[in-house]
Design a protein around this ligand. Structure first.
Ligand SMILES: CC(C)(COP(=O)(O)OP(=O)(O)OC[C@H]1O[C@@H](n2cnc3c(N)ncnc32)[C@H](O)[C@@H]1OP(=O)(O)O)[C@@H](O)C(=O)NCCC(=O)NCCS
Length: 158
Protein backbone atom coordinates (compact mmCIF):
# COMPACT_ATOMS: atom_id res chain seq x y z
CA UNK A 1 0.00 0.00 0.00
CA UNK A 2 1.35 3.45 -0.90
CA UNK A 3 0.06 6.95 -0.19
CA UNK A 4 0.62 9.78 -2.63
CA UNK A 5 -1.43 12.63 -4.12
CA UNK A 6 -4.57 11.33 -5.81
CA UNK A 7 -3.99 11.50 -9.56
CA UNK A 8 -6.45 13.85 -11.32
CA UNK A 9 -7.32 10.94 -13.60
CA UNK A 10 -8.64 9.15 -10.49
CA UNK A 11 -11.00 11.97 -9.39
CA UNK A 12 -13.87 10.38 -11.32
CA UNK A 13 -13.29 7.05 -9.58
CA UNK A 14 -13.56 8.77 -6.20
CA UNK A 15 -16.90 10.24 -7.31
CA UNK A 16 -18.06 6.75 -8.30
CA UNK A 17 -17.15 5.37 -4.87
CA UNK A 18 -19.12 8.19 -3.25
CA UNK A 19 -22.23 7.19 -5.22
CA UNK A 20 -22.25 3.83 -3.40
CA UNK A 21 -23.85 5.56 -0.40
CA UNK A 22 -24.26 9.24 -1.31
CA UNK A 23 -25.75 10.32 2.02
CA UNK A 24 -22.43 9.50 3.72
CA UNK A 25 -20.63 12.24 1.81
CA UNK A 26 -23.07 14.57 0.08
CA UNK A 27 -25.72 17.07 1.11
CA UNK A 28 -28.03 19.41 -0.77
CA UNK A 29 -25.19 21.91 -1.36
CA UNK A 30 -22.81 19.30 -2.79
CA UNK A 31 -22.09 19.00 -6.49
CA UNK A 32 -24.51 16.82 -8.40
CA UNK A 33 -22.31 15.93 -11.36
CA UNK A 34 -18.86 14.40 -11.65
CA UNK A 35 -17.75 17.50 -13.57
CA UNK A 36 -18.85 19.75 -10.70
CA UNK A 37 -17.10 17.48 -8.22
CA UNK A 38 -13.83 17.53 -10.19
CA UNK A 39 -13.95 21.35 -10.35
CA UNK A 40 -14.39 21.55 -6.59
CA UNK A 41 -11.47 19.18 -6.02
CA UNK A 42 -9.28 21.31 -8.29
CA UNK A 43 -10.23 24.50 -6.46
CA UNK A 44 -9.53 22.83 -3.10
CA UNK A 45 -6.07 21.84 -4.31
CA UNK A 46 -5.50 25.42 -5.52
CA UNK A 47 -6.43 26.60 -2.02
CA UNK A 48 -3.69 24.44 -0.46
CA UNK A 49 -5.63 21.33 0.50
CA UNK A 50 -4.16 17.91 -0.05
CA UNK A 51 -5.99 14.89 -1.42
CA UNK A 52 -4.04 11.75 -0.62
CA UNK A 53 -4.68 8.69 -2.74
CA UNK A 54 -4.22 5.21 -1.31
CA UNK A 55 -2.88 2.81 -3.89
CA UNK A 56 -2.49 -0.93 -3.85
CA UNK A 57 -0.61 -2.59 -6.70
CA UNK A 58 -0.79 0.75 -8.48
CA UNK A 59 -4.59 0.83 -8.29
CA UNK A 60 -6.44 3.44 -6.21
CA UNK A 61 -8.49 2.04 -3.33
CA UNK A 62 -9.21 5.17 -1.30
CA UNK A 63 -8.67 8.88 -0.77
CA UNK A 64 -8.28 11.20 2.21
CA UNK A 65 -8.75 14.97 1.98
CA UNK A 66 -7.04 17.34 4.40
CA UNK A 67 -7.36 21.11 4.65
CA UNK A 68 -4.65 22.79 6.73
CA UNK A 69 -5.85 25.82 8.72
CA UNK A 70 -2.34 26.58 9.98
CA UNK A 71 0.93 24.62 9.66
CA UNK A 72 0.10 22.64 12.82
CA UNK A 73 -3.66 22.14 12.58
CA UNK A 74 -6.35 21.41 10.03
CA UNK A 75 -9.51 19.60 9.05
CA UNK A 76 -10.08 16.26 7.42
CA UNK A 77 -11.94 16.99 4.22
CA UNK A 78 -13.44 13.72 3.13
CA UNK A 79 -12.34 10.13 3.50
CA UNK A 80 -13.68 7.51 1.16
CA UNK A 81 -12.61 4.01 0.22
CA UNK A 82 -13.82 1.83 -2.62
CA UNK A 83 -16.74 -0.42 -1.68
CA UNK A 84 -14.39 -3.41 -2.16
CA UNK A 85 -11.83 -2.00 0.31
CA UNK A 86 -14.37 -1.08 2.98
CA UNK A 87 -14.57 -3.48 5.90
CA UNK A 88 -11.23 -5.12 5.09
CA UNK A 89 -9.03 -3.19 7.53
CA UNK A 90 -7.18 -1.46 4.68
CA UNK A 91 -8.74 1.91 5.49
CA UNK A 92 -7.47 1.62 9.08
CA UNK A 93 -3.90 0.86 7.96
CA UNK A 94 -3.93 3.70 5.43
CA UNK A 95 -5.41 6.18 7.89
CA UNK A 96 -2.80 5.36 10.54
CA UNK A 97 -0.12 6.00 7.97
CA UNK A 98 -1.83 9.24 6.94
CA UNK A 99 -1.93 10.43 10.58
CA UNK A 100 1.76 9.54 11.05
CA UNK A 101 2.67 11.60 7.99
CA UNK A 102 0.77 14.63 9.33
CA UNK A 103 2.40 14.20 12.75
CA UNK A 104 5.84 14.02 11.15
CA UNK A 105 5.03 17.34 9.44
CA UNK A 106 4.33 18.87 12.85
CA UNK A 107 0.53 18.72 12.80
CA UNK A 108 -0.79 18.75 16.38
CA UNK A 109 -4.57 18.94 15.90
CA UNK A 110 -6.79 17.38 13.27
CA UNK A 111 -10.53 18.05 13.30
CA UNK A 112 -13.14 16.06 11.45
CA UNK A 113 -16.81 16.85 10.77
CA UNK A 114 -19.40 14.44 9.45
CA UNK A 115 -23.16 13.91 9.34
CA UNK A 116 -24.32 12.37 12.63
CA UNK A 117 -26.13 9.69 10.66
CA UNK A 118 -22.76 8.27 9.53
CA UNK A 119 -22.09 5.93 12.43
CA UNK A 120 -19.52 3.98 10.46
CA UNK A 121 -17.09 6.89 10.13
CA UNK A 122 -17.80 7.85 13.74
CA UNK A 123 -16.63 4.43 14.92
CA UNK A 124 -13.75 4.45 12.47
CA UNK A 125 -12.44 7.79 13.75
CA UNK A 126 -12.99 6.82 17.40
CA UNK A 127 -10.84 3.74 16.90
CA UNK A 128 -8.15 5.99 15.41
CA UNK A 129 -8.06 8.15 18.53
CA UNK A 130 -10.50 10.94 17.64
CA UNK A 131 -12.77 12.24 20.41
CA UNK A 132 -16.10 14.08 20.05
CA UNK A 133 -15.80 17.82 20.62
CA UNK A 134 -18.94 19.47 19.26
CA UNK A 135 -22.26 18.95 17.53
CA UNK A 136 -23.60 21.51 15.06
CA UNK A 137 -27.34 21.34 14.83
CA UNK A 138 -28.74 21.37 11.30
CA UNK A 139 -26.10 23.36 9.39
CA UNK A 140 -26.81 21.41 6.19
CA UNK A 141 -29.75 19.65 4.61
CA UNK A 142 -30.11 16.28 2.93
CA UNK A 143 -33.19 15.77 0.77
CA UNK A 144 -34.52 19.03 2.22
CA UNK A 145 -34.20 17.91 5.85
CA UNK A 146 -31.73 19.48 8.31
CA UNK A 147 -28.89 17.20 9.33
CA UNK A 148 -26.71 17.57 12.41
CA UNK A 149 -22.95 17.50 12.07
CA UNK A 150 -20.61 15.83 14.58
CA UNK A 151 -17.17 17.30 15.13
CA UNK A 152 -14.29 15.18 16.46
CA UNK A 153 -10.67 16.01 17.13
CA UNK A 154 -7.38 14.14 17.16
CA UNK A 155 -4.28 15.24 19.01
CA UNK A 156 -1.19 13.07 18.67
CA UNK A 157 0.09 11.68 21.94
CA UNK A 158 3.54 13.09 22.69
C1 LIG B 1 -15.66 5.49 6.57
C2 LIG B 1 -14.74 4.42 6.00
C3 LIG B 1 -13.45 5.03 5.52
C4 LIG B 1 -14.45 3.41 7.13
O1 LIG B 1 -13.66 2.34 6.61
P1 LIG B 1 -14.16 0.84 6.81
O2 LIG B 1 -13.15 -0.07 6.23
O3 LIG B 1 -15.55 0.71 6.28
O4 LIG B 1 -14.16 0.72 8.39
P2 LIG B 1 -14.72 -0.50 9.27
O5 LIG B 1 -15.16 -1.64 8.41
O6 LIG B 1 -13.72 -0.78 10.31
O7 LIG B 1 -16.03 0.10 9.91
C5 LIG B 1 -15.92 1.03 10.96
C6 LIG B 1 -16.90 0.63 12.05
O8 LIG B 1 -18.24 0.88 11.61
C7 LIG B 1 -19.00 -0.32 11.74
N1 LIG B 1 -19.97 -0.31 10.64
C8 LIG B 1 -19.83 -0.81 9.41
N2 LIG B 1 -20.96 -0.54 8.69
C9 LIG B 1 -21.78 0.13 9.52
C10 LIG B 1 -23.09 0.68 9.37
N3 LIG B 1 -23.75 0.59 8.24
N4 LIG B 1 -23.62 1.33 10.44
C11 LIG B 1 -22.96 1.44 11.61
N5 LIG B 1 -21.72 0.95 11.79
C12 LIG B 1 -21.15 0.30 10.76
C13 LIG B 1 -18.00 -1.44 11.69
O9 LIG B 1 -18.48 -2.61 12.35
C14 LIG B 1 -16.84 -0.82 12.45
O10 LIG B 1 -17.09 -0.82 13.81
P3 LIG B 1 -16.22 -1.74 14.80
O11 LIG B 1 -14.79 -1.42 14.43
O12 LIG B 1 -16.60 -1.28 16.15
O13 LIG B 1 -16.60 -3.14 14.45
C15 LIG B 1 -15.43 3.66 4.82
O14 LIG B 1 -16.55 2.95 5.31
C16 LIG B 1 -15.89 4.54 3.69
O15 LIG B 1 -15.14 4.86 2.78
N6 LIG B 1 -17.19 4.94 3.73
C17 LIG B 1 -17.82 5.72 2.66
C18 LIG B 1 -17.44 7.16 2.72
C19 LIG B 1 -17.73 7.82 4.05
O16 LIG B 1 -18.70 7.57 4.72
N7 LIG B 1 -16.82 8.73 4.41
C20 LIG B 1 -16.94 9.54 5.60
C21 LIG B 1 -17.58 10.84 5.25
S1 LIG B 1 -16.61 12.18 5.83
Amino acid sequence: MTLHPLAPTDFRLLWDWMQDDPDCNLDDDSPVTVEGFCKILESRLDAGEIVTGIYEGGEPIGAIGYAPSTPDRGWLHGICFSPEAQGTGKAHVAFQHFLELREAEGVRLINAAFYVTNQRVSRFLSKSGFVPTDVRYGPVTQHGQPVDVQVMAYTPQE
